[in-house]
Design a protein around this ligand. Structure first.
Ligand code: HEC
Length: 113
């Protein structure tokens, strides 16, 4: 009986993150609590609110472009070896809502052949 309970508990613990409707967030910054959170909350809230981050979504490339833009024009320092962790965190927790190609154009918008 105990073994069954343990197995159920283990299954629940493993499935819970996938099932939970919203990820747990930090009360102060509102950022998702996940690996990389500490680095992002210290490095990325110096100049602006964390809301600027949580209101944005992008893939890794897009996040990298935003970081480079801040580095080139807004005085953001090099993130060094933290950069990968920061990008992983952002792309994982603030990735695009719908991935993949845009939907095909409707036939009415296609040129006549
Ligand atoms: C040195 C100051 C500084 C730091 C540190 C900083 N930013 Fe920014 N960031 C800015 C400025 C300035 C803006 C423009 C704000 C505005 O438009 O009001 C900005 C804008 C943004 C935007 C909005 C971009 C857009 O296209 O609308 C995002 C997202 C963002 N930052 C994320 C981050 C992340 C992630 C980090 C940590 C890696 C970070 N910022 C660290 C200065 C900084």
């Amino acid at each position: 009986m105990l073994a069954v309970r343990r197995a159920l508990l283990a299954a629940f613990v493993m499935l819970a993150p996938a099932l939970s409707p919203a990820a747990e967030t930090d009360g102060k910054t509102g950022l998702v609590l996940a690996p990389g959170f500490e680095v992002v909350s210290t490095q990325c809230t110096v100049c602006h609110s964390a809301r600027l981050i949580s209101q944005n979504r992008s893939d890794r490339e897009g996040w990298l472009a935003m970081i480079r833009w801040m580095q080139d024009t807004q005085g953001l320092w090099p993130l060094g070896e933290d950069e990968d962790l920061v990008l992983d965190y952002l792309a994982t927790n603030y990735g695009p809502l719908s991935a993949g190609r845009r939907r095909p154009l409707p036939a009415s918008l296609l040129p006549d052949l």
